[in-house]
Design a protein around this ligand. Structure first.
Ligand SMILES: [Zn+2]
Length: 418
């Protein structure tokens, strides 16, 4: 399964090149419009969106009328063809209204023959040769999305669209890769169990990693709420604008924080060669999150969603399990003794076998185990699936296998704060 991501790159182009790019925008728009006029008909059954037909009817004229690169002529036609097809579907299939597609002047589609990517700059075809555009977005700053997708060979750089906003040029590049493994088809699998919390660590894994600090997150949130409350009482227009700006800043900060937690979860899964990550089904954790604020509930969903997004790039599956008793069950080998008195806050001590564990860590192991159980019972064909633990794996029967080598890549993950 191919994974595609879109990244935005801010460009720096010399003043001389501006007019060339602007003229390219205009001619590209004109080309797409020309094809759109040709293919359009007030009778929706007569609309032509077939690429071949449109090509035969318009290619020569468009080349005659513009100075566009031949591939830009084709890209403009594809754009028009898609728009015409969408209009036709809207009218005929959905019974809605649609009018002839019109194109605005600030998009140019680039493909293999019209853009060349280099590490720190690209060259773009225009109506008169190529121009060089430097990337303003730093490509070697570790941790930025651009660097993540640009600095490795894992991602193949594909087509792009050029845009202009407020006088600045941006390239939106599609990058793609085929993950080496595809968890949905794997016969066996190692599962990383993840327990999410509203206090202590945001996420605790079955491998014993404590990631993110839920108390810190709540503290930051409280601070933001307090400031907002004060400003609201002020009631002035400038106070209102400040509320908006601190709100945006807090939203960005918390999203970024949770993205890092999710990334650490996926790194942990990779470090232990896991092919799946298990969370509890949030809809069902009523008892545990009934006291949680809307913000904390949002945070849970965000971690789950960001993890899914990131895991997909490595062919790692994300699944959910029933949350019942994950915090009361003893996860030690084949014990499985379940009792509410096993847990006392952060501490878990099995009343039957006496095993002591951090209670969130115990829960995470149970969450992983539950997915393994589910796989076995549902006959998914995964005969030897296991849960990843600190120094090995445990199978559905509680049999432990020590790991041969753990941590072949990356450094050990740190405890909170991230
Ligand atoms: Zn026990």
């Amino acid at each position: 399964m191919t994974v595609v991501r879109n990244i935005q790159v801010k460009l720096d182009v010399s003043e001389d090149a501006h007019s060339l790019l602007d003229e390219t925008f205009e001619q590209f728009r004109h080309a797409a419009q020309y094809v759109s006029e040709y293919g359009w008909d007030d009778d929706p059954t007569e609309i032509i969106d077939d690429q071949k037909q449109l090509n035969a009817a318009t290619y020569d004229e468009v080349r005659e009328l513009t100075e566009l690169h031949a591939n830009h002529v084709q890209s403009a036609r594809s754009l028009a063809s898609t728009a015409l097809g969408n209009c036709q579907d809207r009218i005929l299939d959905e019974g809605k209204k649609a009018s002839k597609p019109t194109f605005c002047g600030t998009v140019v589609v680039y493909g293999a023959r019209t853009v060349t990517y280099n590490d720190d700059h690209c060259t773009l075809a225009t109506v008169d040769g190529r121009v060089r555009a430097e990337y303003v977005t730093p490509y070697d700053d570790e941790g930025t999305p651009f660097a993540e997708y640009w600095s490795t060979d894992e991602w193949e750089r594909r087509e792009a669209t050029l845009h202009k906003r407020d006088g600045t040029y941006y390239l939106h590049v599609a990058v793609k890769k085929d993950p080496e493994t595809d968890a949905s088809t794997t016969q066996n699998g190692v599962v990383l169990g993840v327990d999410l919390n509203v206090d202590g660590s945001v996420a605790v894994t079955s491998t014993g990693a404590f990631l993110g600090n839920a108390d810190y997150l709540r503290h930051k949130r409280d601070g933001y709420e307090q400031r907002r409350g004060c400003l609201q009482q002020t009631g002035t227009r400038s106070a209102h604008l400040t509320i908006q700006s601190i709100g945006d800043r807090f939203a960005r900060w918390s999203e970024d924080y949770l993205h890092r937690v999710s990334k650490a979860i996926v790194q942990e899964a990779r470090r232990h060669d896991c092919s799946a990550i298990a969370f509890e089904d949030l809809e069902q954790i009523r008892e545990r999150i009934s006291n949680a604020s809307k913000f904390q509930q949002w945070a849970f969903r965000a971690v789950r969603q960001y993890t899914e997004y990131k895991a997909e790039e490595y062919g790692i599956l994300v699944d959910t399990v029933q949350p019942a008793y994950t915090s009361q069950r003893c996860s030690h080998s084949d014990c499985g003794f379940t009792h509410e008195d096993n847990r006392d806050g952060d501490g878990f001590e099995c009343l039957k076998c006496g095993k002591q564990l951090h209670s969130d860590y115990n829960a995470a192991r149970n969450i992983g185990w539950r997915l393994v159980q589910y796989w076995l019972k549902s006959g998914s064909g995964r005969a030897s699936c296991q849960v990843a633990l600190k120094s090995g794996t445990v199978n559905a029967n509680g049999e432990f296998s020590p790991a041969e080598s753990i941590g072949q890549s990356g450094s050990p993950l740190t405890s909170p704060p991230l």
